[in-house]
Ligand binder design. Sequence first.
Ligand SMILES: O=C(O)CCC(=O)C(=O)O
Ligand SMILES: [Fe+2]
Length: 226
Amino acid sequence: MQSLNVTHLTNVNPLPVYNEALFESIVNDLVTQGFSVQHSALPSFITDALLSCQGAMADSEYQKAGIGRASSFQHVDAIRTDDISWITGSTVEGEIWLSWCEALKTYINKTLFMGLFSFESHFACYDVGAYYKRHVDAFKGQSNRALSLVAYLNEQWLESDGGELVLYTSEDDATGFIVRPEKGTFVIFLSEQFPHEVLTSKRQRHSVAGWFRVNGSINGQIDPPR
Ligand SMILES: O=C(O)CCC(=O)C(=O)O
Ligand SMILES: [Fe+2]
């Protein structure tokens, strides 16, 4: 089979090459359970693009992650201790990722009428000992984040490496679904409905987290962060 030449994929939005069966499976899961865990399912050209982008990044391109948006932003080590770097699409690889997410957004809007308007995402690095305590990505009526997406980039992640995502199905759920952050695995869930946490990582852990947002334009300010 001819290999995919990434140069052909630049400046193409939405990306024409995507696996509709995968999008369909995500949508079916969202309809039936509000979340989708896809093991080893991220198309390899996306995983490779993200890995090459992440591998080329200097430590200085990461910043300490915080909680809250805009004026309420703060660093709280008791809650999360990962480092992040926002993906702007300024590299070919970043653009490939954003194009794939744009195609997924279009598919979800076409099938579920969610009115997703924009997408934002960042690389995250959890150093040894890092975690992100139980939280929701959006509080009802206070955020325009509608759908969360997390994709993992770690080869051969062992149970002893810790760092699992635990996705709880409700406020009362204390057990949750455990997801190992293995390369190619990704998770999508309704941002307001699923509390989740990242257990303490015992190995450096790389991922990309992203959010599909509905249009929160207000007072002539186009879709401000909230
Ligand atoms: O990396 C993960 O598994 C989840 C990260 C997360 O919950 C977040 O960044 O909001
Ligand atoms: Fe989260």
